[in-house]
Unconditional design. Structure first.
Length: 332
């Protein structure tokens, strides 16, 4: 029986051989460059600083370069092809992908467990009290989804409140100004709002709906395909970080490293860590299983996809499965 190659014209065989050599050359060139990762101010991502400070990537034999950004700027840099990977929420991974910067979620760092909050002015003690009130929130972002979930659980809808579109980093000042009755923000902005407005309270938090906001490392499909072994090593290092943070014997050192990254004292930073459920390997595997609802990364991402389409972050539903690759974690 003839083989496929024996039926190819000589010119075709030469082209195929050239393409193979070119692909190998490109792969070698990529491997010679560090993996570039964008990260920003969220405890589950600041945690990478532990590995950076301890030199664990070098010890593991993988060249990784972390670049510090404001959150939205990190997503923009990733979408522009300036990064191999970026730390994002699962919902924002979908938004970034729909706008032309696809990412594959390979690490499930944590889920928000209280750091994302609806903070209300004095005199408002429950979500039900928001009826007829004005809420400052960055419309179309994850805080908006948190607010909708809070309203639904209180028997209200978005029509029962007036929304004022406010960038998340400006929400503390807006609440303090009296222009709104409540705001939606994550740490450190949510904590700043509580500090700046005496008597204000968190009337709903991400701790009330675990899994509504997952925080991940999303890798470009090209980088994942060409440097898969290196990304597998990055996953190994991540769980070295998790063990160090969760071990009572080393946790204080980890908190000090993380606090220094964002210019705070360990005492100031420690509460942020308690509002973030950093997932052990076994916990991550559980949440990476296929399923509906917030307990599963797949289910949570489907809810985010529905939200993103409804609020016109993009036009058509996405294929969630193409945005998640659990194999590097599940193989550990």
């Amino acid at each position: 029986m003839k083989t496929f190659s024996s039926t190819m014209k000589p010119s075709t065989r030469i082209f195929a051989a050239f393409a193979a050599v070119l692909a190998l050359s490109m792969s070698a060139q990529l491997s010679a460059q560090p993996l570039k990762v964008g990260y920003s101010d969220w405890p589950g991502w600041v945690a990478w600083e532990v590995a950076i400070e301890k030199g664990w990537f070098e010890e593991a034999g993988v060249d990784v370069e972390f670049e510090w950004f404001d959150y939205v700027a990190s997503m923009d840099a990733f979408a522009a092809g300036q990064l191999d990977a970026v730390a994002m929420t699962n919902g924002d991974t979908l938004v970034t992908g729909a706008s032309g910067g696809p990412g594959v979620m390979i690490i499930l760092n944590d889920y928000s467990n209280g750091n994302d909050m609806v903070v209300a002015r004095p005199g408002i003690s429950s979500v039900a009290d928001l009826k007829g009130k004005t809420v400052g929130v960055e419309i179309g972002f994850v805080g908006h989804l948190l607010l909708l979930n809070a309203l639904e659980e209180a028997g209200l809808t978005e029509d029962d409140v007036e929304l004022l579109n406010v960038p998340t980093n400006e929400t503390p000042q807006v609440l303090a100004s009296g222009d709104v009755d409540a705001i939606v923000a994550w740490q450190p902005n949510s904590g700043q709002a509580l500090d700046q407005v005496p008597g204000s309270t968190a009337i709903y938090t991400s701790g009330d709906e675990p899994g509504l906001i997952y925080d991940v490392l999303a890798v470009s499909p090209v980088s994942l395909a060409t440097r898969r072994d290196e990304w597998s090593t990055v996953v190994d290092v991540w769980y070295q970080v998790v063990d160090y943070i969760l071990d009572p014997a080393t946790q204080e050192d980890a908190v000090e490293i993380m606090a220094a990254r964002v210019g705070l004292s360990a005492d100031e930073y420690r509460p942020f860590l308690s509002g973030t459920k950093i997932l052990t390997l076994e916990e991550a595997k559980m949440h990476m299983a296929m399923g509906d609802g917030f307990e599963s990364l797949y289910g949570s991402s489907k809810i985010s996809d529905d939200f993103n389409v409804e609020y016109e972050a993009y036009g058509e539903p996405l294929d969630i499965d193409t945005y998640i690759d659990t194999s590097l974690t599940l193989s550990k």
